[in-house]
Design a protein around this ligand. Structure first.
Ligand code: ACO
Length: 331
C-alpha cells in the first residue's frame, strides 16, 4: 500500500443560529468586542444529540466517497462533548450508519482531534490491514458552555465534520507532526464532578490538584495562556510537518487552522511569513466548534471545488491537553 487519500468529506450544522446580538441580550457584551477580539459573528446551536449530528456528517462523507458504510473498517470519533461516557460516540454513529464491519474508537485530543485521527487513520491504512476509515467529529460545545460567563460563552458553537480516508495505490505526499504539552492541563479543561457514593467521604480538595476551584462541569479557559500557546505552536507545527513532508510552507495551497479566533490566526500568519489568504477561515459563521472545526473547513474547501488534484494542504490544531499538531497532505 503506497499511501492514503481523502476520499470523501461531509459536514452538518444544526439550523438554530445565535448571533452576537443574541448574546448582547444575555451577557454584558457587544458585537464590536466579539468581532474585534475573535472574528466571530454567529454560531450554530444544536437541539439534538452529538451522535445525531455525527450521523448526518458521516452520511454526507460516505455519499461523497461513494462507498457503503459496510466497507468501513474503522470509525474514529473525535468528539469531546459526547452524549455518553460509554458507549463511545463512534459506536453510536456506527450503529446508525450501519457500519457493521467497523472497529469503533473514540479519541479525546480536544480541538486537535481531527489531526490526531488523520495520523491514526494513516497508520492503520498503510499497515495494509484496513482499506477505509471514517473520521467523524461531532461537537456540542453548548453542552459545556457557561452562558453567564461572557469571556467564554461567545466563543463556541456546535456542528459536525467527517471524512472518509482510504488506502491508495498512488503515492500521495503526507506527513504529520503531533505533540502534547501536558504541563498545560490546567489552562483549558472541562471536568467531571464526583457525585459521591455511600462508601466514601467527599474527596479531599487537595486530591484535585488545584482543579477544585472549578466545581462545575463547564469549560474553563485561561484565555491569555491559550492565546500564547496557540500563537506559538500553530506556526511551529506547520513548519515541522512541512519539513517532514519535504515541502516549503509557500508551496501549500491552503493552511486550515483550528477555528478558535481570528487574532490567533493573524499572529500565526505573521510568524509563518505567509499571506492571510493562505489561511482558510469560517470562524465568522460557526465560532469555535472544537474538533469539528477543521473537518467542517475541509468539507467546505472540497465542496466549493477550491482544490485541484496534487494541491498541498496543511491542517493544524491546538487544544486542551495541551495537544497540538499539523498534517500536510496532497489532494
Ligand atoms: N464582551 C465584552 N467584554 C468582555 C468579554 C465579552 N464577551 N469577555 C471579556 N471581556 C472583558 C474582560 O472582562 C476584560 O475586562 P476588564 O479589563 O474590565 O477586566 C476585558 O474584556 C479584556 O479582557 P481580556 O481577557 O484582557 O481580553 P483579551 O484582549 O485578552 O481577549 C480573549 C480575550 C479573546 C479570550 C483572548 O485572550 C484570546 O483570544 N484567547 C484565546 C482564547 C481562545 O480563542 N480560546 C478558544 C478556545 S480554546 C481552543 O479552541 C484551543
Amino acid at each position: 500500500m503506497e499511501g492514503i487519500c481523502i476520499r470523501g468529506t461531509g459536514s452538518y450544522l444544526p439550523p438554530k443560529l445565535a448571533t452576537n446580538e443574541d448574546f448582547m441580550k444575555i451577557v454584558d457584551t457587544s458585537d464590536e468586542w466579539i468581532v474585534s477580539r475573535t472574528g466571530i459573528k454567529q454560531r450554530h446551536i444544536a437541539c439534538e444529540p452529538v451522535w445525531q449530528m455525527g450521523v448526518k456528517a458521516a452520511k454526507a462523507a460516505l455519499e461523497d466517497a461513494r462507498i457503503p458504510a459496510s466497507e468501513l473498517d474503522l470509525v474514529l470519533s473525535t468528539s469531546v462533548t459526547s452524549d455518553f461516557s460509554t458507549p463511545g460516540a463512534s459506536c453510536m454513529i456506527a450503529q446508525h450508519i450501519e457500519a457493521v464491519n467497523a472497529v469503533c474508537i473514540d479519541i479525546n485530543a480536544a480541538c486537535t482531534g481531527f489531526v490526531y485521527a488523520l495520523d491514526m487513520a494513516r497508520m492503520y491504512l498503510t499497515s495494509g490491514e484496513y482499506r477505509n476509515v471514517l473520521i467523524v467529529s461531532p461537537e456540542k460545545l453548548s453542552r459545556i458552555t457557561d452562558y453567564t460567563d461572557r469571556s467564554t460563552c461567545v466563543l463556541f458553537g456546535d456542528g459536525a465534520g467527517a471524512a472518509v480516508i482510504s488506502a491508495s495505490e498512488e503515492k500521495k505526499r503526507f506527513a504529520s507532526y503531533l505533540r502534547t504539552d501536558a504541563t498545560g492541563t490546567k489552562v483549558l479543561f472541562a471536568r467531571h464532578v464526583d457525585k459521591g457514593n455511600p462508601f466514601q467521604e467527599k474527596q479531599k480538595a487537595n486530591e484535585f490538584d488545584g482543579f477544585e476551584e472549578h466545581d462545575n462541569e463547564y469549560l474553563y479557559m485561561n484565555g491569555k495562556e491559550v492565546y500564547k500557546f496557540a500563537t506559538r505552536v500553530l506556526p511551529l507545527a506547520v513548519e515541522e510537518a512541512c519539513k517532514k513532508c519535504g515541502v516549503a510552507v509557500e508551496e501549500l495551497k491552503y493552511i486550515i487552522p483550528h477555528q478558535a479566533n481570528i487574532r490567533i490566526v493573524k499572529t500565526a500568519c505573521e510568524r509563518l511569513g505567509v499571506p492571510m489568504d493562505k489561511m482558510y477561515l469560517n470562524v465568522e459563521r460557526f465560532g469555535n466548534t472544537s474538533s469539528a472545526s477543521i473537518p467542517i473547513c475541509v468539507d467546505e474547501v472540497n465542496r466549493r471545488g477550491l482544490l485541484q488534484r496534487g494541491d498541498l494542504v496543511a491542517v493544524v490544531g491546538f487544544g486542551a491537553g495541551l495537544t497540538y499538531g499539523a498534517a500536510v497532505f496532497e489532494w
